[in-house]
Design a protein around this ligand. Structure first.
Ligand code: GTP
Ligand code: MG
Ligand code: ZN
Length: 331
């Protein structure tokens, strides 16, 4: 595998020339294991470890290498081992709030171009959850694309697609069936050499099945969902970077139990709701709460039917969440 296959060309064009390390010393993090990392490099697979002194003391999660990171290494003689000496700057990342911890950023994958947000058109379908994932992708500078999977199980698949397109204008959405091979060519056409794409969504949505279909082999383990509530059994247990023969880098992830929205600012929410953002400028007061304040243009739009009530509620919910998160960060 070449560095180009791994996405190096695409990544490194954004870095200043004088800061570029030698290509023979860079690798991409493919898997994070306990205490070490599987690295892909021009010399093949390596087991990367951090310097001892680095591992002392408690550090923020984001200072450690993440799947998708580009790192600089020093190979140890006669071994498939290497010391990771630096993590190159992340140009984008997909992050969320770590479950149970206050305002702790957890990076799911680094240097990502596209986030495939996978939702099953069985019991998994949920518009406001989709909106959160979209906000999460945009917050990290990644392009979100929605894959409504298991369309073979949903007689109302095109109605659901229309709902998504209305709720999230500007975000591409595709109907797929990983098992019946529907929509797969459309997905494949989005994957080109050097591009890095991560699959996220609930357990059982079909992320690994989609990846296997794109690979043409059953590389990733998949697992049946419960009939009662369509929930998966957390079959995929670690994040893993996979290089397609036809070009492109895919990252499979375990289903998310809890989706924390990570935003340092509310900018990503503004992007997701840019129609509401435009309305906001017409509110009478600058500090309008968009609920009870007088002369609120958003409330007016809901009242006269220009803005769907559901979309307004999602906006309020996301805004409140982001505000609460910010208060926590500042404490
Ligand atoms: N009918 C139907 N079943 C599907 C489709 N895609 C996946 N499945 C099934 O859904 C179940 C879960 O698929 P997985 O690919 O393991 O789901 P996952 O998102 O990777 O789940 P985790 O690894 O647990 O996060 C499996 O039994 C698949 O065969 C589809 O398009 N249609
Ligand atoms: Mg899986
Ligand atoms: Zn207002």
């Amino acid at each position: 595998m070449t560095l180009k296959d791994l996405g190096w060309e695409r990544y490194s064009t954004d870095l200043p020339m004088e800061t570029l390390p030698l290509e023979t010393t860079v690798a991409r993090v493919a898997v994070e294991n306990r205490g070490s990392y599987l690295l892909y490099s021009t010399v093949g697979e390596l087991e990367g470890i951090m310097r001892g002194k680095f591992m002392h003391g408690k550090k923020a999660n984001s200072v450690y290498p993440k799947v998708g990171d580009w790192v600089v290494f020093e190979k140890l003689a006669d071994e498939k081992k290497a010391i990771i000496t630096a993590i190159l700057p992340r140009i984008s990342q997909l992050s969320r709030n770590k479950a149970g911890e206050e305002a702790a950023e957890q990076i799911i994958a680094a240097n990502i171009d596209t986030v495939f947000i996978v939702q099953g058109l069985d019991g998994d379908f949920n518009l406001s959850r989709l909106e959160r994932y979209v906000a999460m992708a945009q917050a990290g500078n990644c392009q979100p694309i929605i894959l409504l999977n298991k369309c073979d199980l949903a007689p109302d698949a095109s109605a659901k697609l229309a709902q998504v397109e209305t709720a999230l204008p500007g975000v591409p959405a595709i109907l797929t069936s990983a098992t019946q091979n529907l929509g797969i060519e459309q997905v494949r056409s989005l994957i080109t050499t050097g591009l890095s794409l991560v699959f996220v969504g609930s357990s059982g949505a079909g992320k690994s099945t989609l990846i296997n279909n794109l690979l043409g082999t059953a590389r990733q383990k998949t697992g049946a969902t419960r009939l009662t509530d369509s929930r998966g059994k957390h079959t995929t247990t670690k994040r893993e970077l996979i290089v397609l023969d036809s070009g492109g880098v895919l990252i499979d992830t375990p289903g998310m139990r809890e989706l924390g929205l990570w935003t340092q600012s509310e900018n990503s929410i503004r992007e997701t709701f840019d129609d509401i953002e435009a309305l906001q400028k017409k509110c009478k007061f600058n500090d309008c709460d968009h609920e009870r304040s007088q002369g609120c243009a958003i409330v007016a739009a809901v009242t006269n039917g220009a803005l769907p009530q559901e979309r307004y509620q999602s906006f309020l919910k996301l805004t409140r969440e982001a505000q609460a998160r910010q208060r926590k960060t500042w404490k």
